[in-house]
Design a protein around this ligand. Sequence first.
Ligand code: SAH
Ligand code: SF4
Length: 357
Amino acid sequence: MKSSIYSLTFDQLQDWLIEHGQKKFRAKQVWNWLYKKRVNTFAEMYNLNKDCQLVLEENFYLGTLEQEIKQESKDGTIKFLFKLSDGNLIETVLMKFSYGYSVCVTTQVGCNIGCSFCASGLLTKNRDLSAGEIVEQIMNVQKHLDAKGKDERVSHIVVMGIGEPFDNYDNTMDFLRIVNDQEGLSIGARHITVSTSGLAKRIYDFADENLQVNLALSLHAPNNELRTKIMKINKAFPLEKLMPAIDYYLEKTNRRITFEYILLKDVNDHKKEAEQLVSLLKDKRHLSYVNLIPYNPVDEHNQYDRSEKKAILDFYQVLLENGINCGVRVEHGTDIDAACGQLRSKQIKKDKEKQKA
Ligand code: SAH
Ligand code: SF4
């Protein structure tokens, strides 16, 4: 059965070529075509010999994603809805910042973690994405930039789309190695951030990977009672399991970690929670950054509202006064359903309605 060539790391492609009677140096040529020249067919790889081209063609697809929808926001954010080869839909978002272009990728079709505020978790996981399907999201967006002819490149990646990356750990790690590889896209590890809802045992593994990739933890509450209420994953990995994993990560990597905190009106945005958060983080504040995130309303989760501006500022102030590095996330593309999973869940609803009609 054919698979996506974008699923292979450089070493894996090299091994594969050798096993199939090809020369080792072909891997470098193939990657140059894939990631630097960014061709769409094997036939265009004219410096490979015919035999090598054929064996690749017989065994691999070069691109399996089909673009279904492209929504452009007033602020330049573009949301892509892609169809996978099995018909499943996923989302990818391109955002423009002063420091460059950042892409938010999806790692799973749906999500089993089921956080109470999230559109992605509305639909349980259908399957994991292959490393190639995650890489292809970047390639498609890069080709969109290429088509503009301005020589612009994707310079940053956030693994914050649909899915829990640490529930698809191996494919996510391959993805990171592929996009970071100097023979390919060469996107700097320090420009890549992986966000997890807190699968503690995988945080230990991630610390041991020896990657310079950034880690973000979706904390959202400073105590177990509240965290369990809004994120049921906290039952499996409560703070007394999660925080030691974070400490291990910090000790091992000495890299700063981002704590994400969605502010939900009257739920987790009081002074009390801000103070609890300070206590939770104070011993690691030199390596912590708290990202306060305005809640992006999701129709199905109408029990939540966005915090008032004053509550956000007061919360921020408490952290700041206590020496915790923090900021309030600037939003992108709120006019185009940019909260992860929203475009997809709306499209699936529409498709279902169409089927009924
Ligand atoms: N599963 C991973 C990564 C994908 S979610 C995780 O949970 O970390 C990426 C980020 O978007 C998380 O911090 C998540 O909590 C946040 N998020 C989810 N739904 C949101 C919403 N409605 N408004 C704002 N942020 C949201
Ligand atoms: Fe899954 Fe992350 Fe959404 Fe939670 S916030 S349901 S872990 S995608």
